[in-house]
Design a protein around this ligand. Structure first.
Ligand code: FES
Ligand code: FE
Length: 427
């Protein structure tokens, strides 16, 4: 079954020539409903991390857009993502966040499903149903599941490309973070909280370094005073050696680390250039993931549930893990200093198109227009500018493409061009 849209509406969301953005995309109820179908109904979506379900029988309750989903590790070690809605009358099967079990029994009438979603037991199958139920056709609705470096993605769309093609050359950059160390990562958390903002604001903000010296001035000053950290200033922003890359609506900011000598084992994994010269920083995976790692789960046009995980190297010492988790919580957790700074901005932006006159005033995303293009070494569309609005433009152009597509047949994939030196073997 191909997931096709019921709407043939065409949206002009972002003008790529001028950077003008329609602000109604944040608050309009009709647009939001179409997003659930056209973006979240067909895109690959991050739903968890392998470390959340390490053992057979483990499950983790997650979401694909608004859809409640059970992620499981079955007895064969496979990963499954199933809609948490009983095939009988629609009751939810599990109401807990995570756990370990042999099967899922619906608490309404007792239909029982296996770890892979197969319907295994129906009370009164003979007495009530005269043995006429075809249990093989009544398993839970399953999503396709694939992984990249321990990150688990799922899609409802049978016609979606592979996850590898969906990520495309974004992997060349992400490898420098997520495949640098062989032990991989452990995801702690998530911290969950709800804010009155549109889900898109936090994703497009992900590598908006322009806001940092202003919005995070007090947090940055405090970190500089207490810990001797670099103060984020506009002057620092203009001169930092970095690249921003854009592939298939994903964006990655990388620092150029000339002079760095990576351990031989990292060089073997990533090749000399990537190991020594590229350090991934902020990145977002279309549509609603910020690595690493956070989900912006839509709860209505003007409400988002944030799930923030601390992604910590699995081979770090216990003390290092504790410090990294504290750093996550203190900066980007629910009460984090940086988080608190950001939220009010996102709230104002989300509401800017909700009024009659406000809806007529386009937002302006024209910074750095014309300064991104192909690069000899770095794959994807690339800019040398650390501060630009290429990130936002790439994200909203991809969003516009999804909103105007009838199916995956109408959605483009950039050709993969990266030369993957060393090994990028699946971890
Ligand atoms: Fe689940 Fe009836 S709703 S068994
Ligand atoms: Fe911020």
């Amino acid at each position: 079954m191909t997931i096709t849209t019921t709407s043939t509406k065409k949206y002009k969301i972002l003008d790529p020539e001028t950077g003008a953005l329609d602000p109604r995309i944040y608050s309009d109820e009709t647009i939001y409903r179409e997003e659930m179908e056209k973006v979240f109904g067909r895109s690959w979506l991050l739903i968890g991390h392998e470390s959340l379900v390490p053992n057979p029988g483990d499950f983790f309750h997650t979401y694909m857009g608004e859809e409640p989903v059970i992620l499981t590790r079955d007895r064969q070690g496979g990963l499954n993502a199933m809609l948490n809605v009983c095939r009988h009358r629609g009751a939810r099967l599990t109401r807990t966040d995570d756990g370990n079990c042999a099967s899922f029994m619906c608490v309404y009438h007792g239909w029982t499903y296996g770890l892979d979603g197969a319907l295994e037991y129906v009370p009164g199958e003979e007495q009530a149903y005269d043995n006429k139920l075809d249990k093989t056709k009544l398993g839970l609705r399953r999503a396709r599941v694939e992984t990249y470096a321990g990150l688990i993605f799922a899609t409802w769309a049978p016609d979606a490309p592979s996850l590898e093609d969906f990520l495309g050359d974004a992997r060349w950059y992400l490898d420098t973070e997520y495949k640098r160390r062989p032990a991989g990562f452990i995801a702690y958390g998530p911290q969950k909280w709800i804010q009155p903002v549109n889900w898109k604001t936090s994703v497009d903000n992900c590598s908006d370094w322009y806001h940092v010296p202003t919005t995070h001035s007090s947090a940055s000053n405090a970190l500089a005073r207490v810990m001797g950290a670099t103060r984020y200033t506009h002057e620092w922003n203009w001169t930092v050696p970095a690249k921003h890359a854009f592939v298939n609506g994903h964006q990655i900011a990388v620092f150029e680390t000339t002079g760095h000598e990576a351990p031989a084992e990292e060089v073997e994994r990533l090749g000399e250039f990537r190991a020594n010269n590229v350090a991934a920083s902020a990145s977002s995976i279309f549509p609603n993931t910020v690595l690493g790692m956070r989900l912006a789960i839509p709860r209505g046009p003007l409400q988002t549930e944030f799930w923030h995980f601390a992604l910590v190297p699995a081979d770090a010492t216990e003390e290092e893990k504790r410090v990294l988790r504290m750093e996550h919580a203190s900066q980007n957790g629910a009460a984090g200093t940086f988080e608190a700074d950001d939220i009010d901005n996102w709230r104002q932006v989300s509401n800017s198109g909700a009024t009659f006159i406000g809806a007529q005033q386009e937002q302006l995303l024209n910074m750095g227009l014309g300064n991104a293009g192909p690069h000899d070494v770095y794959p994807g569309m690339v800019t040398d500018r650390f501060v630009s609005e290429h990130n936002q433009r790439a994200f909203y152009l991809r969003y516009q493409e999804f909103m105007n597509a009838g199916s995956w047949a109408d959605i483009s994939l950039e050709p993969q061009t990266a030369v993957y030196e060393g090994t990028t073997a699946e971890m």
